[in-house]
Design a protein around this ligand. Structure first.
Ligand code: AP5
Length: 216
């Protein structure tokens, strides 16, 4: 299974990405974690990108693309599945990622969009700030990250919609409920992955499902 996550800060990319990766036994490639590791180790790359992370701005496309390409090569050696969390962040990255995927025969089967309101996202990230002290979890920087998401990242969602690989879930509910819905949808799709031709693929919007089954 090859899944990429497109979602605003705090929607649960890291949380759900880890659960999906464990479920399908594939690597969880999280660009933010990989970049923070470089910062923590004070590598040349880490020193170069630290200010971007601290300010909540995107690091240059070629830097992150390089990291992901390397991770994809390793993932291919492990069978070719992956959960990609944190990329793409803009249309340039989306197109470049598609080319990398094609060259390795590893394009995504599913683009998973986690949908949540800004107020809830800010609440979650401020709650995390109290516990984990991530440099970009201050209110100002959280708001900048959210604005950037809405301006340059969210438009990609529609692009995946037209490619027929978009699955949208309501990420406002508790972690376990969101995870259950994602894993159920992915398991239902698993036998079809790779069999449905591109022109026949259909996107799926599951955001109304909780209410339909009596959830508040
Ligand atoms: P990144 O690490 O990707 O950060 P982000 O997008 O801001 O997302 P977060 O990690 O804050 O949130 P998340 O959606 O993963 O949610 P999580 O599961 O952690 O990127 C950081 C920076 O790196 C970027 O700003 C940029 O500078 C750079 N970068 C990364 N990728 C890049 C790229 N491709 N191009 C350029 N630059 C790039 O959950 C958040 C909190 O909410 C946790 O405390 C969690 O426990 C809680 N939570 C999760 N789900 C729920 C739920 N359902 N209910 C209640 N609480 C929940």
């Amino acid at each position: 299974m090859r899944v990429l996550l497109v979602a605003p800060p705090g929607a649960g990319k890291g949380t759900q990405g880890a659960l999906i990766a464990a479920h399908f036994d594939v690597p969880h490639i999280a660009t933010g974690d990989l970049l923070r590791e470089h910062v923590a180790r004070r590598t040349k790359l880490g020193i170069a990108v630290q200010e971007h992370l601290d300010r909540g701005e995107l690091v240059p496309d070629d830097v992150v693309l390089d990291i992901v390409q390397t991770a994809f090569v390793t993932a291919k050696e492990r069978g070719g599945g992956y959960v990609l969390d944190g990329m793409p962040r803009n249309m340039t990255q989306a197109r470049a990622l598609y080319q990398v995927g094609r060259s390795l025969d590893m394009t995504a089967n599913v683009a998973l969009h986690l949908k949540a309101d800004d107020d809830e996202l800010i609440r979650r990230l401020l709650a995390r700030a109290a516990l984990e002290h991530r440099a970009d979890d201050t209110e100002d920087v959280i708001r900048r990250r959210l604005a950037l998401y809405h301006d340059v990242t969210h438009p990609i969602v529609q692009w995946y919609g037209t490619r027929g690989i978009l699955v949208t879930v309501d990420a406002m509910r508790p972690v376990e409920h969101v995870a259950q819905q994602i894993l159920t949808a992915l398991e239902a799709m698993r036998p079809l992955v790779g069999l449905v031709p591109e022109h026949a693929r259909q996107s799926v919007d599951l955001t109304g499902l909780g209410t339909a089954f009596g959830e508040p």
